[in-house]
Write a protein that binds this ligand. Sequence first.
Ligand code: NZQ
Ligand code: ZN
Length: 385
Amino acid sequence: MENFNFCVGTRILFGKGQEEKLPELLRPYGNKVLLTYGGGSIKRTGLYDRIKSLLHEFEIFELGGIEPNPRIESVYAGAEICKEEDIDVILAVGGGSTIDCSKAIAAAAYYEGDAWDLILHPDWIEKALPICTVLTLSATGSEMDNGGVITNLKTKEKLGFGNPLLLPKASVLNPENTFTVPASQTAAGSADIMSHILEVYFDTRRAAVPDRISEGLLKTVIQYAPIAVREPENYEARAELMWTSSLAINGICSTGKDCAWSCHPMEHELSAYYDITHGVGLAILTPRWMRYILNEHTVEKFAEYAKNVWGIAEKADLFETANAGIDATEEFLKSLEIPMTLSEVGITEEHFTEMAEHAVIFGGLSEAYVPLKAEDVVNIYRMCM
Ligand code: NZQ
Ligand code: ZN
């Protein structure tokens, strides 16, 4: 196990009715709150009204309409409000897109240049507004990590950024707030959660503690995602997925590990060019990436995955066991009714080469579990057609 530095300072308020604690959570930061949200789901569900009424003693400013795959223009708009109104704290209510955008706004509020600079150079962030979140979709883990992803449509870039100053101070995780998430987003979110775990589970460094935690979290998604898709108001299923989403990417699964991620950089190119749902892109890529990198060096780890996560009995041939685990992964994602080819989501081969080149540069794929060159990425994209 490699040395590591693990500290997650986000207070989690988990369970029914936890929004009621928002006034006491926000009070220490001041009176002026920027309430951020997406395209309107929180208005349709009644959460917006509930929060406004709970915060009646605060001065509330709003930035709504944050897009899935949030755009840099929304960051500009939010930063302007923060500067003009001297905002004290940001309350992000929504999924990963709203929370990610709020993190960028929190940093841009103290930056005089173009906020895109901070996405390109997150180490330039010296100060940020405090952020609290109310999560409405279990997927990205943005509620308990210090990163985000912002899209610049003009340059066709979708880039991750991160800085410890952007870690939410507190997050309200009320599973009931996810009852209205449609089946397709529940499925995509579950694929995203699995991918966050798999990205660090497959690592050249061996570390039993995070791996056993990872296997338990993966089994939790495998058990509860189909229930949440079938029965959207099943509290237990929604609760298990919600807590898993936070634990998947808050750093606990990657303690003592170090490789660059593989599927996420490849997916970010797909959503940058085609604005597809992040979790769908990951679901399509993951089994193909697994098949592509299965070789005599990785087969043992894949066989371990097959046995410990999918309960596959060890076969005479290690490759047979490993392949059975990959088949099970693909079948599971299919069973959630996620489109499983790039053609189904309207992607053609047209931009494969440039997307692959970007993924290698921005995603550091040469440092991945199995290092990937642009031609490997093109091959994997082709396997997804
Ligand atoms: O915009 P609204 O109207 O709120 O609707 C959203 C949106 O259309 C809807 N939704 C959310 N909660 C709902 C709901 N609909 C009904 N009921 C609810 N309770 O779901 C749609 C998708 O929302 P979005 O926030 O875009 O989804 P997600 O949470 O999957 O976030 C995706 C973004 O996060 C980035 C992705 O790349 C993508 O841009 N990621 C962020 C990460 C991080 N911060 O660590 C890591 C991830 O790997 C990921 O890259
Ligand atoms: Zn993700």
